[in-house]
Design a protein around this ligand. Structure first.
Ligand code: FES
Ligand SMILES: [Fe+2]
Length: 349
């Protein structure tokens, strides 16, 4: 059974990836073709010709039209067929599905569900994006060999950082610190404070702390699969107000998960920080440390996926730290149940 939620905005690509070449990408199991029109607007069609099902991405972009590379049928950016070589009439079945898109945060967002529900206002907010005093690393991507819900499990689970990310954002000080969970209509938050703790390696390397710190980890998961992590450190004993956190060592890490198939996921990420915001060397350092951190998750979750497929079981044992992941899974199931027969990639849709 599918685990996908179709009525949601997903990152299809970073803006810089979408240009005047045909970009093929599988999204929620559908073959999708992305390109940019001559006026600069992005377009997305099902990457499957209605004639013999050849991928349209093997064809050519002619102005704003896509010409199939097999027999030359040509489609405009709405999916209507505008030419069938060798015949005058255009069969009524000769159209492909076009997907609503919206460009924001240097990313091209796609709506895979009912087009009538595609409201760009529903795209998740990224606070501090583009604000002075906040350094940005964006345009980042990893491919995960795991179902996206294993990744959402991981992204509302601050406890794993102690064990998986010892080189960057975790250390032993967090071992016995519990996690508190809060739930909203469309998000779950799992958080904890680790007090009087030595800084984690990333903070020790880039921060300015002489003694122990109080460290916060706030892991938000917006349905169905946008993760937003607020983490940072302040001198131990400092009042944990927003203003003090902003003048401490603070990061906002956004991970946009786009299911590719049931067993693989596109992982687009960006990172905002308040330290050395304009320093490109620090940006490069943050980019490589966070990429290392997420690759640690990707490597681990590929093994988890493999064992799930081998056993047909997701978990034999449930722990207290699974409260937030279990809530997310229940909420996703409710969203799926609410989606009455979603439109698929049928070219006649
Ligand atoms: S398969 Fe596309 S025109 Fe024949
Ligand atoms: Fe992780």
């Amino acid at each position: 059974m599918s685990t996908f939620v179709r009525n949601a905005w997903y990152v299809a690509a970073w803006s810089h990836e979408v240009g005047r070449q045909l970009l093929a990408r599988t999204i929620l199991g559908d073959p999708v073709l992305l390109y940019r029109r001559e006026d600069g607007q992005p377009a997305a069609l099902v990457d499957r010709c209605p004639h013999k099902l050849a991928p349209l991405s093997l064809g050519e972009l002619k102005g704003d039209h896509v010409q199939c590379g097999y027999h030359g049928m040509t489609f405009d950016c709405t999916g209507s067929c505008v030419r069938v070589p060798g015949q005058q009439n255009i069969p009524p079945t000769a159209r492909v599905r076009a997907y609503p898109l919206h460009e924001r945060y240097n990313a091209v967002w796609i709506w895979m569900g009912d087009p009538a529900l595609a409201d760009p206002a529903a795209i998740v907010e990224v606070p501090r994006y583009g604000e002075p005093g906040w350094g940005l690393v964006d345009g980042q991507y990893l491919h995960f060999r795991s179902n996206y819900l294993n990744i959402t499990d991981n992204l509302v689970d601050p406890a794993h950082t102690t064990y998986v990310h010892k080189k960057t954002i975790g250390n032993a000080a967090g071992e016995d610190v519990g996690v508190t969970v809060e739930q909203g209509d469309a998000h779950v938050l799992a958080y904890r404070w680790i007090r009087n703790a030595p800084p984690v390696p990333l903070v020790a390397r880039m921060g300015n702390f002489r003694g122990v710190t109080d460290r916060w980890q706030y892991y938000y998961l917006h349905l169905p699969s946008t993760s937003y992590v607020d983490f940072g450190s302040i001198d131990a004993g400092t009042e944990p107000s927003e203003a003090n956190k902003d003048s401490g060592f603070r990061s906002f890490s956004f991970n946009f998960l786009t299911p590719e198939t049931e067993s693989t996921t596109h992982y687009f990420w960006l990172h905002l920080r308040n330290y050395h915001p304009g320093d490109p060397k620090v940006s490069a350092d943050v980019a490589s440390l966070m990429a290392l951190t997420f690759q640690e998750d990707a490597d681990l979750l590929a093994f988890v996926q493999r064992e799930q497929e081998r056993t047909g079981v997701r978990e034999y044992t449930r722990l207290a730290i699974d409260n937030a992941p279990a809530r997310i899974r229940r909420m996703v199931e409710r969203l799926q149940a609410a989606e009455a027969t979603p439109p698929g990639p049928d070219s006649r849709a």
